[in-house]
Design a protein around this ligand. Structure first.
Ligand SMILES: N[C@@H](CCC(=O)N[C@@H](CS)C(=O)NCC(=O)O)C(=O)O
Length: 208
């Protein structure tokens, strides 16, 4: 199984993190995004949107970080990670939607500004990120994980990469101890792989 990836992509990290947590044998292939490798015809055959991550397995291609996690959980029957019952599956889907919505358009977008110079309004984006983290902070009162009381699911994996890197987009997590505890819990799971940090935003070296 191959994962087409890019080291600075949180979407790609999310897929790689799940492959590793679930102990699924895989090879990571880094694409050169700055040179446009993801827009070349051979890659567009794997993903018509020309984006990473893409998983290649037995001649088929699965694009999109959430779709990849669902595919792997289904293929290997990992019901703790992605429950089969109606309510459990719905709870996880709800958090995948939050990951593809407010997490992508809040903390992930804030990091696009500082890391890649994206022309977005930092005030609007960071306000969106803080609104999300405030809501998640309250949700986590008395809970260990986002979608299940008992164990981590792909909902937690989906949340991790861009939440952990929020400070790179100048989004301070210090007001959210429950969110920080969730991130630490994920980092303690066997098979955890780090998402490379970038010295931008609140992680920029201080000038004194
Ligand atoms: N919904 C997709 C989003 C993937 C995505 O935005 N990938 C970015 C890297 S973080 C990308 O490939 N961007 C290049 C482009 O859109 O041209 C997922 O969850 O995988």
């Amino acid at each position: 199984m191959k994962l087409y990836s890019f080291p600075l992509s949180g979407h790609a990290h999310r897929a790689e993190l799940f492959l590793s947590l679930a102990k699924i044998d895989h090879e990571v292939v880094h694409l050169d995004l700055p040179s446009g490798a993801h827009k070349r015809p051979e890659f567009l055959k794997k993903n018509i949107f020309g984006q990473v991550p893409v998983l290649e397995d037995e001649g088929i291609h699965i694009a999109d970080s959430h779709a990849i996690m669902v595919y792997l959980a289904k293929k290997y029957d990992l019901r703790d990670w992605y429950p089969d019952d109606a309510r459990g599956a719905a709870e996880v889907q709800r958090w995948l939607a939050i990951s593809a919505g407010p997490l992508a358009y809040g903390p992930a977008a804030a990091r696009l500004i500082t890391l890649f110079g994206a022309k977005l309004d930092p005030e609007v984006i960071t306000a969106r990120a803080h609104k999300l983290f405030g809501t998640v902070e309250a949700h986590l009162v008395g809970r260990q994980w986002l979608a299940s009381d008992a164990h981590p699911t792909i909902a937690d994996v989906a949340f991790y990469s861009y939440a952990h890197h929020a400070p790179e987009g100048n989004v301070d997590l210090s007001a959210y101890p429950n969110v920080q505890a969730l991130l630490s819990r994920i980092e303690s799971l066997p098979g955890f792989v780090e998402f490379v940090e970038s010295p931008v935003g609140l992680r920029a070296p201080s000038v004194s």
